[in-house]
Design a protein around this ligand. Sequence first.
Ligand code: ADP
Ligand code: MG
Length: 222
Amino acid sequence: MIELKNIYKTYHSGKSNEFTALKDATLTIEDGEMVAVIGKSGAGKSTLMHILGCIDDFDKGEYFLNGEDISKVSEKRRAVIRNKEVGIVLQDFALVESYSVAENVMLPLYFSKHTGNRKAREQKAMEILKQMEMERMADKKVNKLSGGQKQRVAIARAMINEPSVLLADEPTGALDVKTSKEIMGIFKELNEKGTTVIIITHDMEVAKECGRVIEISDGCIL
Ligand code: ADP
Ligand code: MG
């Protein structure tokens, strides 16, 4: 499913502020796993996630996603992979605050082909919102929601194209203990239904809920 071989990532290459954020990262994650990635602030967790999610590239090494060699695919194909094969929940939700819940969830559908008319898109959004127990909030503006509700919307948006892998960067970082548990319950449920889930966290309670913990320190996978 996911295979990273000897990946290096350097920011500001060749400049005085050059910084290597990932060093020789090698990692295999099987279909259907639920994995936590832990490490201190600045260890390289988000860098790793951006590479896994094909939203950033790397300098050296190999990355195979579902058998496809990511370093060799076209920019167009990468865009399709980002839209269809991986679902990404970013650290700050990255929702459009002035849009409604349903509009946010439908956004990825506008960037993918063959998603049908507006009615079909709305139906799909309502189905996924139902799974998140958010269907009654569909018409609410995102800026009216609590942190936990926003996180549910972000997960719904990440899942709408039924990706095989769901990546989440510190998804409980801004939430209280009770809400964190609810959100972890959603990730577990999605994992049980077959989605591979990768959660970046520095909360050991969250890591304990995952089937495997990968630790990263100073850009190295331990
Ligand atoms: P983590 O998510 O574990 O806190 P990051 O992957 O965000 O760590 O960052 C790892 C290191 O790379 C940090 O020292 C950070 O300052 C640096 N870094 C991250 N993104 C960039 C960037 N876009 N440009 C320059 N340096 C970066
Ligand atoms: Mg980070």
